[in-house]
Design a protein around this ligand. Structure first.
Ligand code: KIV
Length: 273
């Protein structure tokens, strides 16, 4: 399993870091089998698993519950748990307690939080001060959707570009060991990745980040909305619908169960398998 030192070594060796989201036992198991370097139990779970329109309603209890399940499926992979909206925005005592719960109860190895304002830097410093590794997240931070007035690419204009670059530098100084960059121009992703010693992991941040992350349901073709930066590696949505539909029609037609699916009274001591 990786640790915060080995991630930095990967950057030094210019070996790309692979992060994928997972939210439960099966997705954790599949992502670990695919040999991802790091699993993110993201608050995207609100949209892709819980059916909310955005990530804002996800609670700390939701993330703990899903991180626990993911850990059962991925016992040997570094897991980072997202800090949900308003779990790190109040006082620093609450922030530290919430981060600690994700580690102690959820079984995560690190936490992630969004933003680079002074208040967020204070939160990062406080959590790192508890010996809890922190990943920061800049750019199109989904918890700021109302403040941004929608899901809009960030850092396109000069002032925004400079602001995000400064925040990235501050975040590194505050002790974050990795930075997720989302929804920014490729040029900004490149400049930040070159400037920082800590690895950057991009999602819609271009080709020059030190690693890439995608949301499990997006890359498997199971999401309602597909952003420009997503590559769908399969379309499981169609496959699942077709398999379930086949079961429905076979039951209606009396074709399932067939002879090979039934137990026979003459054969004793059969195990149900
Ligand atoms: O919640 C999430 O899945 C994320 C990724 C999009 C980086 O934060």
């Amino acid at each position: 399993m990786h640790n915060i030192r080995t991630f930095r070594k990967l950057k030094k060796k210019t070996e790309k870091i692979v992060m994928m989201t997972a939210y439960d036992y099966p997705s954790g198991k599949y992502v670990q089998a695919a040999e991802a370097d790091i699993i993110l139990v993201g608050d995207s779970l609100g949209m892709v698993v819980l059916g909310y329109p955005d990530t804002l309603k996800v609670t700390l209890e939701d993330i703990i519950h899903h991180t626990k399940a993911c850990r059962r499926g991925a016992d040997d992979t570094f897991i980072v748990a997202d800090m949900p909206f308003m779990s790190y925005h109040l006082d620093l005592e609450t922030t530290k307690r919430n981060a600690a719960r994700l580690i102690l109860e959820g079984g995560a190895n690190a936490v992630k939080l969004e933003g680079g304002s002074e208040a967020r830097i204070a939160a990062i410093t406080a959590i790192v001060g508890c010996e809890i590794p922190v990943i920061a997240h800049l750019g199109l931070t989904p918890q700021s959707v109302y403040a941004f007035g929608g899901y809009r690419v960030q850092g396109k204009k000069e002032a925004g570009f400079a602001k995000i670059l400064k925040q990235a530098i501050d975040i590194q100084a505050a002790g974050a060991f990795m930075l997720v960059l989302e929804g920014v121009p490729e040029e900004l992703g490149r400049v930040i990745s070159e400037k920082l010693q800590i690895p950057t992991v991009g999602i819609g941040a271009g080709r020059y980040c030190d690693g890439q992350v995608l949301v499990y349901h997006d890359m498997l073709g199971m999401s309602d909305f597909v952003a420009k930066f997503v590559k769908e590696y399969d379309n499981l949505s169609d496959k699942i619908t077709s398999a379930l539909g086949q079961f429905c029609s076979e039951v209606k037609a009396g074709e399932f169960p067939a002879k090979e699916h039934v137990y026979n009274a003459i054969e004793n001591n059969e195990d149900i398998k």
